[in-house]
Design a protein around this ligand. Structure first.
Ligand code: BGC
Length: 857
C-alpha cells in the first residue's frame, strides 16, 4: 500500500482558455469558427427586417420562432438549475430532480458540478431543450434572500468555481446555458423595479466576480439579464455592464436573454445590449423593434448584431442547418444514471454541523453519535412532517416534476436491517397550506371543450395542475373550457381527512360521486403576479374516510382566464390533501412517545414553500410552526436525537447544543431519503462544507436588509458580506463559512508556498476513509497602512482530497493573481496590492490549520 493514495486535486477555476466563437467545442467536433461565422452570415443575409426582429422575440413562453427558409429550427429554453422541466409545466414528462444549488455548492467540488451538468444536458436533449436557464450565480448577501436556495454561496470564488463546472458540464453535452441573473438579483423584494446601489469595488470584487470567472473560464453561450436595476439602469438596458464589461472586457460572445418579462423598452433594451426578449408572443422586440428601425430610432446594423448572436447560439446548439453543432450528439455524455447522480450529489452535499457523543444509551461508547451502527439498532423513531413528505426542491421557476421521491422515512426503512422497528410521528407540521394530494392518489387531468369534448388527457404527479406556456398537445387556448382532475384515493388512515381546492375559477369537487364543494376560487392577493398565480387561495373540506377503502374523486375547474398577462398561456389549480391530524399538543406528545426509549430519534425539520421560495423574501429565519419546540421536547426525551435540517438556506437552530448531531440536507432532490440513509448509517461520509455562514440569530447577521426604501436598496456594507463581515462582527455565527464535519479526522502536516501556488500535505488520522476540502485563505499582514480597506481574510482556492485511514494526501492549489488585486477607481481596473500576506490552509474560515507568510510585489 502506498503512503499517499487517492489524492485528488480540484482546481476551482479549471484551465483558462481564451474565449472565442468556437467556445465549448470539443476538438474534432463540429466546424471551425470560420464555417460557423459564414453560416451565420448566410442565414442573416436571407432575413428581412421583420424576420430579424421576430427572431429576437419569444414566440411563446419557452421558445424562439423557427425560420425554415433559412434552415433555422425553433430554439427551446427551459428552467432550471436542478433539473430540466421542458416545455410543459407539468408532470407529463418527469425530470430528474437534483439537490438545490446551495447543496451543489456545499460539495465544494466543481468536478461534481460538471457531472451534474452532463446529466442535465442529457435530460435537456431528451426533452428537446437547447438552452438551460441556469445556473443562478447571484450571491448570498442577506440570509433573508428568497432565492438563496437557488444561488450557490456568499463567496464569489466558490460561486464562480461551481458555476463554471456546471456550465462546462451542460455545454459539453451540447446544450447552452444562460448564467443568471446578471447582476445584483440578490433578493426578491420588489425585484422587478428595485435599484440596487452598489459601489464599484463590491460590484466588481463580489457581485460581478462569479459571472466574470464563468465567462472567462467556461465560456457560456448565454447570459440572462436580471429584472432589477443596478445604479440607476435596469439590467436589460445596462449598456455599461453588458456591452462594455461583459462583452468588452470579458470577451463574452454569447446571447443575452432577458429574464421573463424584464425587457421593457424597445430602443433602450437594444442599445443596452439585449438580444432576446422573453417570453412571447408579445414583447418589446418583434414588431415594435422593426417599427423602431423604420422610424429611424435604431440602426438596422444593431439589430443585425443581436441576430448574429442568436444565430450563433442556434448554430452551437444544432438548430441551424449547414453548420454542425458545437458538440456532435455522439460525443455528448450519455447513458448517465440520473438516480445515481442525484443520490451521490445529495449525500456529498450533506453538511454535518455537529456530531457529539450522545451521553447515554444502549450502544454508546465515547465516540460521536454518527454514524449510527445499523446492527445495534432495534427501534428508530423518525419524526417530522418532512420526514414523510420531504421538501426536495425549492419553489418557483426552479420547480421540476420528478418521477419519484424517496422520503427520509422511506429511505431509512429501505436501508435499515430487517427487524428494526421504525416508528413515525408527524410531531409538528409547519405547512399552513394543505399539501398537494400525492400519497395514495392516482390522478390524471382531462382537458375539455365547452361541449365536453376531450382535447387531451395527461397523467398527474400530484394534485396540482399547472400550465405555464405551452398547453399539452392537442389543447389550444381557444378550445379549452374546463379541466378535470380525476382518479382515485386510497387513504392510509381512518379519520377526518382534509381536502383543499384552490384556483382562480369555478371549482367543483365530487368525492365518491357526491359533490362536496362547488364554488368560486381566487388568485392570492400579492404584489408579485407570479406569486399570486402560483398560490391561489384555498378552500378546505373535511371528509370522513376509512383506511384502505378506495374512493373516486373529480375536481372540475373552469378557469376565469387562461393567460398570465398578454399572450402567455397559463392555468393553475390544486387539489390538496391533509391526513387526519391530532391537535398541535397531541402531535408533539405522540412524537415524544415515539422517541422515548428508541435507539435513535431522527427528527427532520424543514422550511415550507410559504416561507422560502421565489417571488418574496423571508421575514425571519425561524423554522415555521412548532418545530423548534418539537426538537427540544424530543431531545429531552431521548439523548440520542439526530436533527436533519431540510431547508435551502439558513434557519435558526436554537436547540443546536442540546442534541448530539445536526445535519443539513438542503433541498436534497428526488433521492433525498436514500442519500440521508447512506450518510446516517455510515455507508458514506457526509461530504459537505457550508457555502454560506449560518447565524445563530437573524439579529446577529451583519447584513440582512432586503427591503428597498423609495425604490432603492443601497448595498451599504460594501465589501463586507458573509464571512468577510462576520470576521469583524461582535458576535460569532452558529457555524462559520466552510464548516462541515466528516467521519474521520485530518491532520494538516505541511504547507509550502510558491508565489503562485501552495502545496498542502495532510493525513487522515481517523479510522475510516475520508474526504477533506482543503480551503486556502489569504490574509493581509504587517503594515497595511496606505492600502485599500480589505477583509481580514478571503478564500483564494480550495481542493478536495481523499485518503484511507493513516494515509496522507497532497494537493497543489494555484494562487490566482486576482487574489492579490482590488478594483480601483477612477481608472476602473484591477490593481495588485503589494505587501505581506499570510496564506492559510484551513478546514473552515474559522479553523485555520497551517499558515505561511508570502510577499507580493
Ligand atoms: C425567473 C428566472 C426564470 C424565468 C423563467 C423568472 O421569473 O427569475 O430565473 O428562468 O422566470 O421561468
Amino acid at each position: 500500500m502506498t503512503d499517499q493514495s487517492h489524492a485528488r486535486h480540484t482546481e476551482p477555476g479549471g484551465p483558462r482558455t481564451a474565449p472565442g466563437p468556437d467556445a465549448g467545442r470539443r476538438p474534432g467536433a463540429g466546424a471551425g469558427a470560420h464555417d460557423c461565422a459564414d453560416a451565420v452570415e448566410r442565414a442573416l443575409g436571407r432575413l428581412d427586417l421583420d424576420g430579424k426582429a421576430r427572431l429576437l422575440s419569444g414566440q411563446d413562453m419557452w421558445s424562439l420562432p423557427a425560420v425554415p427558409a433559412i434552415g433555422l429550427r425553433s430554439l427551446v429554453m427551459s428552467d432550471g438549475p436542478i433539473g430540466v422541466r421542458g416545455r410543459q409545466w407539468s408532470a407529463e414528462d418527469p425530470s430528474v430532480a437534483l439537490p438545490s444549488p446551495t447543496a451543489l455548492a456545499a460539495t465544494w467540488d466543481p468536478e461534481l458540478a460538471r457531472r451534474a451538468g452532463h446529466l442535465l444536458a442529457q435530460e435537456a436533449r431528451r426533452k428537446g431543450v437547447h438552452v438551460l436557464l441556469a445556473p443562478t450565480v447571484n450571491l448570498h448577501r442577506s440570509p433573508l434572500g428568497g432565492r438563496h436556495f437557488e444561488c450557490y454561496s456568499e463567496d464569489p470564488l466558490l460561486t464562480g468555481a461551481i458555476g463554471a463546472g456546471y456550465v462546462r458540464g451542460v455545454q459539453e453535452g451540447g446544450v447552452g446555458t444562460t448564467v443568471k441573473h446578471f447582476v445584483g438579483n440578490d433578493a426578491e423584494t420588489d425585484r422587478f423595479t428595485v435599484d440596487n446601489r452598489i459601489a464599484p469595488r463590491p460590484l466588481h470584487e463580489l457581485y460581478l466576480a462569479p459571472f466574470e470567472h464563468i465567462v472567462t473560464h467556461a465560456r457560456p453561450w448565454g447570459i440572462m439579464t436580471a429584472y432589477n436595476q443596478v445604479n440607476g439602469s435596469t439590467m436589460t438596458e445596462h449598456h455599461h455592464l453588458v456591452t462594455e464589461v461583459l462583452r468588452g472586457a470579458w470577451g463574452f460572445d454569447g446571447c443575452n436573454v432577458s429574464d421573463w418579462t424584464a425587457a421593457r423598452n424597445t430602443v433602450r433594451a437594444l442599445h443596452g445590449g439585449l438580444d432576446v426578449a422573453m417570453p412571447g408572443p408579445r414583447t418589446v422586440f418583434g414588431a415594435p423593434l422593426a417599427a423602431a428601425v423604420r422610424a429611424g430610432e435604431i440602426a438596422e446594423s444593431e439589430v443585425d448584431a443581436a441576430v448574429r448572436r442568436v444565430l450563433l447560439l442556434a448554430a452551437r446548439t444544432g438548430c441551424l442547418d449547414g453548420v454542425p453543432p458545437a458538440v456532435a450528439p455522439a460525443d455528448a455524455p450519455q447513458g448517465i444514471d440520473g438516480r445515481a447522480v442525484a443520490r451521490e450529489l445529495a449525500r456529498r452535499a450533506v453538511v454535518l454541523l455537529r456530531n457529539e457523543p450522545a451521553g447515554e444509551g444502549p450502544q454508546d461508547g465515547a465516540g460521536p453519535i454518527l454514524p449510527l451502527d445499523p446492527a445495534a439498532l432495534r427501534r428508530v423513531a423518525v419524526i417530522g412532517a418532512a420526514a414523510r413528505d420531504a421538501r426536495v426542491l425549492g419553489g418557483g421557476s426552479a420547480t421540476v416534476f420528478p418521477a419519484r421521491i424517496v422520503s427520509p422515512l422511506a429511505g431509512l426503512r429501505a436501508a435499515l436491517p430487517e427487524g428494526v422497528e421504525v416508528a413515525f410521528a408527524t410531531g409538528a407540521d409547519p405547512r399552513t397550506r394543505i399539501p398537494h394530494a400525492r400519497e395514495g392518489f392516482t390522478l390524471r387531468a382531462r382537458y375539455l371543450t365547452a361541449e365536453g369534448r376531450l382535447l387531451a388527457e395527461t397523467p398527474q404527479f400530484d394534485g396540482r395542475v399547472q400550465v405555464l406556456g405551452s398547453f399539452p398537445d392537442g389543447v389550444t387556448r381557444r378550445d379549452l373550457h374546463a379541466v378535470e382532475l380525476t382518479g382515485s384515493f386510497t387513504p392510509r388512515a381512518t379519520g377526518t381527512h382534509t381536502l383543499a381546492v384552490a384556483g382562480a375559477g369555478r371549482l367543483r369537487l365530487s368525492l365518491g360521486g357526491e359533490v362536496v364543494f362547488d364554488g368560486d376560487g381566487a388568485g392570492r392577493e400579492g404584489s408579485d403576479p407570479f406569486e399570486a398565480f402560483m398560490q391561489p387561495a384555498e378552500h378546505r373540506i373535511d371528509a370522513e374516510l376509512t383506511a384502505d377503502q378506495e374512493v373516486s374523486l373529480t375536481l372540475r375547474f373552469v378557469p376565469h382566464s387562461l393567460g398570465l398577462g398578454e399572450g402567455m398561456g397559463a392555468l393553475n389549480f390544486v387539489l390538496g390533501h391533509g391526513e387526519p391530524r391530532l391537535d398541535g399538543d397531541g402531535e408533539i406528545e405522540e412524537a415524544v412517545r415515539a422517541a422515548t426509549g428508541a435507539d435513535a430519534a431522527i427528527v427532520v425539520v424543514a422550511t415550507t414553500e410559504e416561507v422560502e421560495s421565489e417571488g418574496f423574501d423571508r421575514g425571519d429565519l425561524r423554522l415555521p410552526g412548532r418545530q423548534d419546540e418539537l426538537v427540544a421536547r424530543v431531545a429531552a426525551a431521548n439523548p440520542r436525537t439526530v436533527v436533519v435540517v431540510n431547508s435551502g438556506s439558513p434557519v435558526e437552530l436554537p436547540w443546536r447544543d442540546r442534541v448530539p448531531a445536526v445535519l443539513l440536507s438542503w433541498f436534497p432532490g428526488q433521492e433525498a431519503g436514500a442519500a440521508l440513509a447512506d450518510v446516517l448509517l455510515g455507508a458514506h461520509e457526509p461530504g459537505g462544507r457550508l457555502p454560506t455562514t449560518w447565524p445563530a440569530r437573524l439579529a446577529d447577521a451583519p447584513v440582512s436588509t432586503v427591503t428597498p426604501t423609495d425604490g432603492t436598496l443601497p448595498y451599504e456594507e460594501g465589501l463586507f458580506i458573509g464571512y468577510r463581515a462576520w470576521q469583524r462582527a461582535a458576535t460569532a455565527p452558529a457555524y462559520p463559512f466552510g464548516h462541515g464535519l466528516g467521519y474521520t479526522r485530518w491532520e494538516y502536516e505541511t504547507l509550502d508556498t510558491t508565489p503562485d501556488s501552495v502545496r498542502v500535505r495532510l493525513r487522515n488520522t481517523g479510522d475510516r476513509p475520508g474526504r477533506e476540502v482543503v480551503q486556502i485563505y489569504l490574509a493581509p499582514t504587517g503594515d497595511t497602512s496606505g492600502t485599500p480597506e480589505r477583509p481580514a481574510r478571503w478564500l483564494v482556492g480550495f481542493a478536495t482530497v481523499e485518503a484511507g485511514p493513516g494515509e496522507s494526501a497532497e494537493t497543489e492549489i494555484p494562487l490566482p493573481g486576482r487574489a492579490f488585486e482590488v478594483w480601483s477607481e477612477p481608472d476602473g481596473g484591477w490593481r495588485r496590492v503589494p505587501g505581506t500576506y499570510t496564506v492559510e490552509a484551513a478546514h473552515s474560515s474559522a479553523d485555520i490549520r497551517l499558515a505561511a507568510q508570502i510577499t507580493s510585489r
